[in-house]
Design a protein around this ligand. Structure first.
Ligand code: IMP
Ligand code: MG
Length: 496
């Protein structure tokens, strides 16, 4: 193409593309922003490859690829289509983004506009972000359209006679961003009586400058964030940023989250010598040895069994039947806090409905609910699969059904213990039939090697040996639910 419409040329001049002739890969979904990105990049003289990423979430997404391909052809840009698989469920946006990043080459450009920048700043603000989150996206070749308004990308498409694809998920109020776009920003405009988008974009520019200035100071004061002494001696603001930077997830890892402010403070306590180790979430902890900090416990979600004896923890009324602790009260509370932190991070945009399975999960549920820092809803079901025997019957009966409507909800089943897995298997199918947005499971205990059906357990507290256990909600014949630890059930006579 050589005859570009005047307005397209003028808009291209306001973008931050690489120099003419340079290569640029553009992520093009087919929506107005990314179609405009494609047009403007070619108009700016870049050698463009358009990549369409099909997430396999909506029907008709192969059609979108065709639309993008046709436009790329018409503009003389190269085209490639990539497929990733993302399943619907909690934290969908972040997981889709991570999947997208995994197939897009480094430095690929996206069509984010100034309006997206303002939304990003507000979303991050609501999520409790600090300076970096409020700095939004940095203008440059990866975000060349940040100086343009969304309405201007529509204009580009109109000028070029391009009919962009409309993505219905952009109107889905389940996504925080959509509510910020359709509800919060218009409300801000009405209250402030001015367009908040340029205001927020300008704020983010200033904050980004300040963040990068602080970054330089951090590198000087704490060149190595594992150096406990340097952390201890640095000004608090710089030490915090050093730790955050150290523990921040690498881009595209939706399963990781930046450390919380509380976790950063705990790590600084470790650096200062006030503690030897600190939980940082995701089953990871930071330890100090010889003035060095290190992350340990990476990627190990299932904990080994704690076998230390706490003889005094068996009360006198249980001495005849209650054996040694399998999981101590201390280990339980530590692990429940970790599970709560992981669930908080995973469901930050879509707080779940916790469904506790009575009666065994009652204590776990009440501890876990308090360890989740989100506005969760709570409901209970009662099922019975056991009589008073200590082996599963395989027959599940619903004794108390849910009160809540599950349609469109993210359901997190809270179970005490998985033995054969038959109860859970039945429950999952039962819940799925009520059209929730997702069903995941958080099981406190899983008996090693007992499961006869494949189980997809998103959160597991402990794997324990295959013995009958009681305490922390678990019973035999309704007894021992109120033991603080989980113990082996070892009657002096009778079953077992
Ligand atoms: P499953 O269907 O075999 O997985 O059995 C799960 C249910 O059986 C749990 O929710 C418990 O109510 C009960 N259960 C399984 N093992 C134990 C145990 O060791 N102690 C107490 N209850 C158990
Ligand atoms: Mg149970």
């Amino acid at each position: 193409m050589t005859d570009w419409p005047e307005d397209v040329v003028a808009l291209a001049a306001r973008c931050t593309f690489p120099d003419p002739g340079g290569p640029l890969t553009c992520a093009v979904s087919g929506g107005p922003d990314s179609m405009a990105l494609l047009v403007l990049a070619v108009a700016a003289g870049c050698t463009v490859t358009a990549i369409h990423v099909d997430h396999g979430l909506r029907s008709g997404s192969d059609l979108e690829a065709k639309v993008v391909e046709a436009t790329a052809d018409r503009l003389g840009a190269a085209f490639r289509s990539e497929r990733v698989s993302v399943v619907d469920g909690p934290n969908l946006e972040a997981r889709a983004r991570a999947a997208r990043f995994s197939v897009l080459p480094e430095g690929a450009a996206t069509g984010h506009t100034m309006d997206d920048q303002a939304e990003t700043v507000l979303c991050n603000l609501l999520r409790g972000a600090g300076l970096d989150g409020l700095s939004g996206m940095a203008p440059g070749t990866r975000h060349p359209l940040l100086g343009l308004r969304r309405s201007e990308t529509e204009l580009v498409c109109a000028s070029m006679g391009i009919e962009p694809v409309r993505d219905p998920s952009n109107d889905d109020p389940r996504h925080l961003r959509n509510r910020v776009r359709h509800e919060l920003l218009p409300l801000c405009a009405a209250i402030a009586r001015r367009d908040p988008v340029p205001v927020l974009a300008r704020q983010s520019d200033l904050l980004r400058d300040e963040a990068s200035f602080l970054g330089a100071l951090v590198r000087e004061a704490v060149p190595d964030p594992t150096d406990a002494r340097a952390l201890r001696d640095a000004p608090l603001v710089l030490a915090r940023r050093a730790v955050r930077g150290w523990l921040a997830p690498t881009e595209g890892r939706a399963d990781r989250h930046p450390p919380t402010a509380a976790a950063v403070a705990r790590v600084l306590d470790v650096a200062a010598g006030a503690a030897v180790a600190a939980e940082i979430g995701g089953g990871r902890r930071v330890r100090r040895s010889a003035s060095r900090l290190a992350v340990v416990g990476d990627s190990d979600r299932v904990r080994p069994v704690k076998t230390e004896r706490a003889a005094s923890s068996v009360p006198s009324w249980g001495l005849a039947e209650v054996g040694e602790p399998v999981v101590t009260a201390e280990a339980l509370s530590e692990r429940v806090a970790e599970l709560g932190a992981a669930i908080t991070a995973d469901y930050v945009d879509d707080p779940p409905l916790l469904v506790g399975v009575l009666k065994g999960a009652m204590i776990f549920m009440s501890d876990l609910a308090r360890a989740i820092d989100l506005p969760v809803d709570v409901d209970f079901m009662a099922v019975s699969s056991y009589g008073s025997a200590t082996r599963t019957s395989g027959v599940v009966r619903i004794v108390k059904d849910l009160d809540a409507d599950l349609a469109g909800r993210h359901v997190l089943v809270v179970e005490d213990i998985i033995d054969s897995g038959l109860t859970l298997n039945y429950l999952r199918r039962y819940l799925q039939a009520r059209h929730p947005a997702s069903v995941e499971v958080c099981a406190l205990l899983v008996k090693d090697g007992e499961q006869r059906v494949p189980l997809d357990l998103r959160y597991v507290g402990f794997k324990i040996p295959s013995e009958f256990v009681v305490g922390y909600g678990l019973d035999v014949d309704e007894r021992y639910r109120n033991l603080r630890s989980v113990h082996v059930y070892r009657p002096q006579s009778g079953p077992g």
